[in-house]
Write a protein that binds this ligand. Structure first.
Ligand code: XUL
Ligand code: CO
Length: 437
């Protein structure tokens, strides 16, 4: 078979002084950091939809990139050409995982039976391509937001028929995920939200989403899916009110419906910032609840209020992300580049430059996060900040006491002698000193 990215070599690590645009400056897969290889800390994944399907169409204009890969779009030949392109792309970059929606893989037919037949055919082909490579599926999902039948939601739809189509797609996407050995299965609730309460039964819709998820767990486990289910929180776009607004909301929902043992979070950086949080905040909320599963690695534009899905270049954000990941003991999932080239970056070279940028940003983030932990000043500060809880009265509070006893203690003191400083500016300068060491 002829190469699709014929003028692109295998991308190698050349070190930070390299000026070769087609080389890694920081991502050195075999380098050991805190006892583990970089490639194990950073299970990078390619998103089928952005990398192999999206070609630049936006609300105001059509495709700018040619992603036909030599075949006629909308055909099974094209679906197979995308598989060929995807595997060549991942192999040239040393990416070992991919993520997919059902409809990224094949053109959707009018009849779901035909779509499913096509999905069987393409996943047989993907399985064949996987043979003899290290490439695996990170997670699969069902696209339950593009087809017009989902205009009023999938699990949250008002139509029992549409609910059955959502169930059918989840069932099939789970089967495909298991067939491809996927580590996880994602629910991103694209249309699971509402525009106005004038036409919405919020309680009923949320209960129905939970029903769909429970059936997914039952069916997934029955066909041998041992991985994690994930909710990927997002606050807006496409719906004004999204039920999975942020990690705290999604975790509350899972706990309320008894789904928290089977589900974790898939945290996307751009979704975090749309929710008015830092990426690190969303990761920490997930981690302290034992639910940090996987990451959609990208970044937004702070000047824009929608999901721009840019390739990550912000090393501070990647460092604080990897700091959370290292502290949480790693990811059971991976780092999926849910990121796309800017519309005018429309060549094959640009696809590689984008991944090199993203992979180097996270490699640098990992290196700096490990240095931050080894440096210890930040961790020690935080430990020290709460050290009054090691005192006698602190221990009494933690052991469990009464308001009366604590009020008596306060009455004896009369006033707090010296409130404890937060030292934010000092800590920010510590962070800078590690970043620019
Ligand atoms: C949408 C988004 C999705 C999910 C998978 O904002 O992030 O692509 O990652 O459905
Ligand atoms: Co995403």
């Amino acid at each position: 078979m002829s190469e699709i990215f014929a003028n692109i070599p295998t991308i190698k690590y050349e070190g930070k002084d390299s000026t070769n645009p087609l080389a890694f400056k920081y991502y050195d897969p075999e380098r050991v950091i805190m006892g583990k290889k970089m490639k194990e800390h950073l299970p990078f994944a390619m998103a089928w939809w952005h990398n192999l399907c999206a070609a630049g169409t936006d609300m105001f204009g059509r495709d700018t990139a040619d992603k036909s890969f030599g075949a006629e779009k909308g055909t099974m030949e094209h679906a197979k050409a995308k598989v060929d392109a995807g595997f060549e792309f991942m192999q040239k970059l040393g990416i070992e995982y991919f993520c997919f929606h059902d409809v990224d893989l094949v053109p959707e037919a009018d009849d779901i039976n035909e779509t499913n037949r096509r999905l069987d055919e393409i996943t047989d082909y993907i399985l064949e391509k996987m043979q003899g490579t290290n490439i695996k599926c990170l997670w699969g999902t069902a696209n339950m937001f593009s087809n017009p039948r989902f205009m009023s939601g999938a699990g949250s739809t008002c139509s029992a028929d549409v609910f059955c189509f959502a169930a059918a797609q989840v069932k099939k996407a789970l089967e495909l995920t298991v067939k491809l050995g996927g580590r996880g299965y994602v629910f991103w609730g694209g249309r699971e939200g509402y525009e106005t309460l004038l036409n919405t039964d919020m309680k009923f819709e949320q209960e129905n989403i939970a029903r769909l998820m429970k059936m997914a767990v039952t069916y997934g486990r029955s066909i041998g899916f041992e991985g994690d289910f994930y909710i990927e929180p997002k606050p807006k776009e496409p719906m004004k009110h999204q039920y999975d607004f942020d990690a705290a909301t999604a975790i509350g929902f899972l706990k309320a419906h008894g789904l928290d043992k089977d589900f974790k979070m898939n945290i996307e950086a751009n979704h975090a910032t749309l929710a008015g949080h830092t990426f690190q905040h969303e990761l920490r909320v997930s981690a302290i609840n034992g639910m940090l599963g996987s990451i959609d690695a990208n970044q937004g534009d702070m000047l824009l209020g929608w999901d721009t899905d840019e390739f990550p270049s912000d090393v501070y954000s990647a460092t604080l992300c990897m700091y959370e990941v290292l502290k949480a003991g790693g990811l059971t999932g991976g780092l999926n580049f849910d990121s796309k080239n800017r519309r005018p970056s429309n060549t094959f070279e640009d696809m590689f430059y984008a991944f090199i940028l993203g992979m180097d940003t996270f490699a640098l983030g990992l290196i700096k996060a490990a240095e931050l932990i080894e440096d210890g000043r930040i961790d020690n500060f935080v430990k020290e900040k709460y050290s009054s809880f090691d005192s006698e009265i602190g221990k009494t509070i933690l052991a469990g006491t009464t308001l009366e006893e604590l009020a008596d203690y306060a009455a004896k003191l009369g006033t707090v002698a010296s409130p404890i400083s937060g030292r934010q500016e000092y800590l920010e300068s510590v962070l800078n000193s590690v970043m620019f060491r």
